[in-house]
Design a protein around this ligand. Sequence first.
Ligand SMILES: Cc1cc2nc3c(=O)[nH]c(=O)nc-3n(C[C@H](O)[C@H](O)[C@H](O)COP(=O)(O)OP(=O)(O)OC[C@H]3O[C@@H](n4cnc5c(N)ncnc54)[C@H](O)[C@@H]3O)c2cc1C
Length: 481
Amino acid sequence: MSDSVNKRVVIVGGGLAGMACAVALETLRWRGVQVTLLESRHALGGRASSFEDQENEAELLDNCQHVLLGCCTNLIDLYKRLGVSELITFYRYVHYLDTAGRRHDLWGVDGLPAPLHLGPAMALFSALTFGERIAVMRAMVAMLALGRAGRDKLETMSFGDWLDANAQPASVVTKFYDPVLISALNEETRRASAKYAIQVFQEAMLANANGYLIGLPNCALAKLYEKGPCEDLRLSTRVDEILFAPRPTAHGPRPTGVKLRGGEEIQADTVVLATNYHAVQRWVSEELQTSDTRFEGLAKLESVPILGVHLWFDRPVMKLPFAALIEAPDGGEFGGGLQWLFRKDAEGKVLHGVISASRAWVNVPKDEALKKFEKQVRSLFVDARHAKLERGVIVIEKRATYSPGPGCDALRPLQGPPVGGIEGLFLAGDYTATGWPATMEGAVRSGYLAAEAVAKSLGIDAKFMVADLPVEWPARMMGLR
Ligand SMILES: Cc1cc2nc3c(=O)[nH]c(=O)nc-3n(C[C@H](O)[C@H](O)[C@H](O)COP(=O)(O)OP(=O)(O)OC[C@H]3O[C@@H](n4cnc5c(N)ncnc54)[C@H](O)[C@@H]3O)c2cc1C
């Protein structure tokens, strides 16, 4: 093994980004790469994880329901590497409920290539009037014609402006775009960057017939990570400090390891920070940050909250496995109620609801919020008319994800150091430059990209990123490439 290197890589943070980076670099063990993954909590998964129910310690509750799509090729690859693919169920039918509880479905015709697969369902989509359906179809054709390069050029434009330029009525925004985009981007439809909004439709609906499939874990999120991504995994291990060489090396400053809470030091030539961007800024001194352009935009990224609520009813209320709620009824002054509902047990007594971009809900007292959610569920399902909410647990993640608003790409750092930057220090996390919004897929992409950059810095040529789903021929003919 003449080309073997003997380098230690410490990864700080065992969320999806850190796990993806660890699982990828672990494959280079035979080249001398030694990976250590440090996670401050007692479980892996970070924001996409679970906690013990205080009233029933045997039960794990997810901090929030997490949804993936068929187009999340890297996340699906990570699940394969962790040996948990069979724990994800993919659904072909996407259910929508309007304010009166009427059901409208979108589904793909088996065997038809994209975007033809969704044509029949869109033509019949009863939540929209005939005129609204035509408007949506026009927008979809425009998104196809833009191609990927065309959409990327719209990064600094708001999707609101794009919708206006493409004559999309306000009613279509609330009935069609909001249920898809607010949850996919964790941002209000009109405030999101046109690039990221159009990407959701191009990749999930227009490019490949499997892109739109909705994937849901059929276990608590924490169970997906039980195998662990690498041999040297240390849970309940909080990093307090990144150690840097006391004097800059010939190539500028570089880390020499990390200091753990309790004082232990772990030496490493390479450190990957796979925490959120708030922690990253705290660890690197202002002086060092000025030498590395990756830190320039971090303070300007805006965090957007997500609300998740676990609801236990006294009787079965919901039969569908999940539903997107059109016009999120009954939020009243908080600008919209629950946007998606998921059935969490076989009977339909336990539900989970989600409100993305939930800025208006951050300071609402939990009792008041629960009353509103109970009322909303009752208004949607016949079986729930007389149901009583026995218990509710609300989790609001105030810093759920950064806002993918116009111009956000300029603020997102690359994973590897720029020329003159801090060599040996790598970044991974959903906020880094991945070309994807802050999602599980984005986090995994960042981890694989960081692993590729680390490998390159060690003189190893390795590729971990998985290709997007192929664009099928009708979509290609209509301009999507
Ligand atoms: C409520 C909510 C709902 C969401 N829903 C969806 C969804 O449906 N679909 C989807 O695709 N995405 C969803 N997301 C987004 C997704 O969860 C994130 O994009 C992704 O999990 C981010 O992963 P990450 O590894 O970048 O960061 P994180 O998950 O934040 O991981 C960072 C890790 O670093 C650890 N850490 C921090 N400080 C230290 C320290 N000092 N020492 C050691 N370890 C440390 C943390 O404990 C954490 O485990 C949702 C997010 C939230 C919050």
